[in-house]
Design a protein around this ligand. Structure first.
Ligand code: IMP
Length: 449
C-alpha cells in the first residue's frame, strides 16, 4: 500500500475562468518536486512559458517540461489529441531535451479523434444560431469526454498499440459517426482505414511513453517522491462546480485530481490557487465584472489578453472576489498566487467586487454558480486607489508602491488566505515569493520582503 500523506505534494489550480498563469507557477515550483502531473483537460488548455525571453506555447505537455529533473505524467483524466502531442514532443526534443524515460502517458487517457473536433464545431454552429454558443475552443474536448462517459464509441491511448482491436473497433463505430456528422450538418467523409492507419503510426511514436500511470504514481509515492499536480482550465470552468453550461467537460478544479490520477484525495498536499489581479473569460457565459469599455480594452492590451489556443481576444474586467472566494472554497486552497499585477499600473482607481446585488435588491456574498442566476447579478464594488509606477522590475514586496501592497492586502483579507506568490511579469524571475513572516502587506512591518 502506498502511504502518501501528501505532505510533500503541491496542487496548482486556477481560481477563475482559466488563463491565470498557472504554467508559470508549475515551472517555478517544478524545481522543488520530482514529478509533475496533468490530470484533466486536453489541448483546450494553453500555457506559455517564458525562459530568457523565449516564449514556448504548449497545450498538452506539462508546463515543467523545461526542467530536466522532473518526470512528467499526463494522467488518465486527460483527453489526448495524439497529433498535437506528437508535435509537442518533437518540438521539445528538437531543443535537445530528451523525453524517453521522463514522459509518461496514461494508457487510459482518452483519445481525441478527428471527428470530435468536427462534432464540436457542428454543435457550436447550431448553438450559435440559437444565440447559446458556449464558445468552445473547438478542439473536440466535449465530444471526446462525452464518448468517455458513453463508453461504446471511445478510443483510449492504450488502444493505439492494439492494432487488430483498433481497426475492428473503428470499422464498427465509423459508420455511426458518419451518420451523426451528417445529421449535425457536416458532410465530411471520415474513413475508418485512414483514421486507423494514422492512429497506428502515432501510436508507434508514442509507444515508449504509454504506461499505466496509476501504478507509476503509486510507485513514486512509495519511493518518497514529491508530486506537483498541474490543473488545466480552472475551477469556474469545472463541469460539476463551474458556471454550467458555460464550462469545459472535465473536473478542472482541485476536485479532479484524485479521479484524474488514481491517487487518493489525501495526496493533494498544499493547494495553491492561482488568480489574476483582475478577471478574464474567453467564450460565452456570465461575467458580472466584465468591462466593455476603454478600461477593459486597456487591461486586454497591457495584459496581452488573447487566447493561447485560439487567439481570441479575452473578455476583461475587475477582480471578482465573490467568484474567487467560492473557487478557493471548492478547491480547498491553502495559499494564493496573484498574477499579472503589473497590468494594473497606471489606473487612477481600481474596483474590487466584494458582493453582488440580485434583481430583487438583495446583496449576496455567496457565488450563485448557476449561469442563469449569475447572469442577473450586478457587482458591488469597493473603490481602491491605483498606482502609477511600473512594477515589473520590483524584486521585493517592499519595492511595490503602497497602493499596490494595500491592494494585495485587501485580496488577502477578503479571501482569508495568505498570498504566497506575486507575479509581476511573464518571466520566471519576475516572481516575488512571500514567506509567512513577510506575508503582511503593511509597509511598516515588511522589512524583509
Ligand atoms: P472547451 O473546453 O473547448 O469545450 O471549451 C469550453 C469553455 O471553456 C469555453 O468557454 C472555452 O473558452 C473555455 N476554456 C477551455 N479551456 C480553457 C482554458 O484553458 N482557458 C480559458 N478558457 C478555457
Amino acid at each position: 500500500m502506498s502511504q502518501d500523506s501528501g505532505l510533500r505534494n503541491t496542487s496548482i489550480v486556477g481560481l477563475q475562468w482559466g488563463d491565470e498563469g498557472k504554467g508559470k507557477f508549475v515551472d517555478v515550483l517544478a524545481a522543488e518536486h520530482d514529478v509533475v502531473v496533468r490530470f484533466n483537460g486536453g489541448a483546450n488548455a494553453g500555457h506559455t512559458i517564458v525562459v530568457e525571453g523565449e516564449r514556448l506555447a504548449m497545450h498538452l505537455m506539462p508546463s515543467a517540461v523545461l526542467n530536466p529533473n522532473c518526470e512528467l505524467v499526463i494522467a488518465n483524466g486527460t483527453v489526448i489529441d495524439p497529433e498535437i502531442l506528437v508535435a509537442e514532443i518533437d518540438m521539445v526534443e528538437s531543443r535537445g531535451l530528451k523525453l524517453n524515460g521522463r514522459l509518461h502517458l496514461s494508457s487510459r487517457a482518452h483519445v481525441v479523434l478527428p471527428w470530435h473536433a468536427l462534432l464540436d464545431g457542428a454543435a457550436e454552429a447550431r448553438l450559435s444560431n440559437l444565440g447559446d454558443a458556449i464558445g468552445t475552443t473547438k478542439r473536440g474536448i466535449g465530444p471526446a469526454y462525452a464518448d468517455k462517459i458513453g463508453r461504446s464509441m471511445a478510443v483510449r491511448l492504450g488502444d493505439l498499440l492494439d492494432t487488430a482491436y483498433l481497426k475492428a473497433h473503428l470499422n464498427k463505430i465509423t459508420p455511426l459517426r458518419q451518420e451523426e456528422l451528417r445529421i449535425a450538418g457536416n458532410n465530411e467523409t471520415v474513413g475508418a482505414d485512414d483514421i486507423a492507419n494514422r492512429l497506428i503510426a502515432l501510436g508507434e511514436r508514442l509507444k515508449p511513453f504509454i504506461t499505466d500511470t496509476t501504478w507509476l504514481l503509486h510507485d513514486r509515492v512509495r519511493e518518497g517522491r514529491s508530486i506537483l499536480f498541474e490543473g488545466a482550465n480552472a475551477c469556474l470552468l469545472d463541469v460539476d462546480h463551474g458556471t454550467y453550461p458555460f464550462v469545459t467537460s472535465s473536473n478542472s478544479s482541485a476536485l479532479g485530481i484524485s479521479p484524474g490520477t488514481g491517487l487518493p484525495a489525501k495526496s493533494l498536499g498544499k493547494v495553491v490557487g492561482v488568480m489574476k489581479a483582475y478577471s478574464t473569460r474567453v467564450g460565452g457565459g456570465p461575467f458580472p465584472t466584465e468591462l466593455s469599455d476603454a478600461i477593459g480594452d486597456r487591461i486586454r492590451e497591457r495584459g496581452r489578453e488573447y487566447g493561447t489556443t485560439t487567439g481570441r481576444p479575452r473578455r476583461c474586467g475587475w477582480i471578482d472576489l465573490v467568484a474567487v472566494r467560492y473557487a478557493a472554497m471548492v478547491c480547498g486552497v491553502d495559499a494564493l498566487a496573484i498574477t499579472l499585477l503589473d497590468v494594473l499600473s497606471g489606473f487612477d482607481e481600481l474596483q474590487i467586487c466584494t458582493a453582488y446585488q440580485t434583481p430583487s435588491g438583495e446583496t449576496i456574498r455567496r457565488f450563485p454558480v448557476d449561469a442563469r442566476d449569475l447572469e442577473h447579478c450586478v457587482p458591488v464594488y469597493e473603490t481602491h486607489p491605483g498606482w502609477v509606477e511600473e512594477i515589473d522590475g520590483c524584486e521585493k514586496l517592499s519595492e511595490l508602491p503602497n497602493a499596490c501592497r494595500s491592494y494585495l492586502e485587501i485580496l488577502q483579507n477578503h479571501l482569508d488566505l495568505p498570498v504566497e506568490f506575486v507575479s509581476i511579469g511573464p518571466d520566471r524571475k519576475q516572481t516575488i515569493r512571500l514567506t509567512p513572516s513577510s506575508a503582511c502587506m503593511n509597509e511598516a512591518c515588511c522589512t524583509q520582503a
